[in-house]
Every structure is written in C-alpha cells, then in structure tokens.
Design a protein around this ligand. Sequence first.
Ligand code: ZN
Ligand code: ZN
Length: 154
Amino acid sequence: MNDETLQTWVEQVSLEWFGRPFKHRATFNSRLKATGGRYFTRSHNIEISPHQLEAFGAEETEKIIKHELCHYHLHIMKRGYQHRDQDFKQLLTQVGASRYCRTLPEREARKPKPFKYKLVCGACGMEYLRRRRLDPTRYRCGKCAGKLSLKTLD
Ligand SMILES: [Zn+2]
Ligand SMILES: [Zn+2]
C-alpha cells in the first residue's frame, strides 16, 4: 500500500465516521515504531506506521486512523483533542477508535542482547562486559591502563 491509497483511505474513514472531510495529508512513516500513528498539530497532517499494517492488518490500522482523526477533528473544532480530554475520550468510543496510539509488539519483544564476553584486567582485576568478540590487545584497562585479556562468559 502506498501513500496515495492511505490518503484515500483516511478521507473515506473521515467522511464515513466523522461526517467531516479530511483536508490534509496522510502518509506512511516507517520510522514510527513505538506508536501506530501520529497527528501533527502544526501541519494537521497524519502519519501512520506501515509496521502497524504488517503486524495487525487493515482492521486494526483503521482503528489507529480513527484515533488520529479524533485528534484531527477535535483540534480543528477547537475542542479537547488530547488523550486526557473528555471530548477526546467520548469521540474515541463513539467511532470505535483504538484507545492508544498503539505500541507495536516488535518493540516490546526487542530485548538487549546478552553479554557474551568479558575483558579482564591482568593488573587490577577489573572486568568489562562485552556483547561482541574483540581484540583485547587493542584496549587498555580504563581504571589502571593495565593489559586486558578476553574471556568467554558461559
Ligand atoms: Zn493519540
Ligand atoms: Zn586495571
């Protein structure tokens, strides 16, 4: 799906569910990872994460579109358009929008890699944990400048 299709989609959802036209731009932004969508108060534009569509499909993405349109229309009508506002909460329920600018599961699933190695200082015994193998002769101890050796953690 491209930006043109998304634009048409958002315009349709706007008319069908809000009875008002969406007159700005809706685009995909692949850098959006933590949230499914974004509304910009300055430009009135909407951005939707394409990862959203991949992960949850069209039905869930439409709920995100509705959520962003709630921000959009209330903001334009100068009503409470923020998450904490009563107007916003009511409109969300009314149109069946998603409650949150939803967090994608891949983000939650991404854990830091475990440490596999440690550099040990031969002089003072200081240890430095490392995720990747490296050449210990190229480094010195940060505390005493002693020579380091690499050990594998198990
Ligand atoms: Zn929101
Ligand atoms: Zn040292």
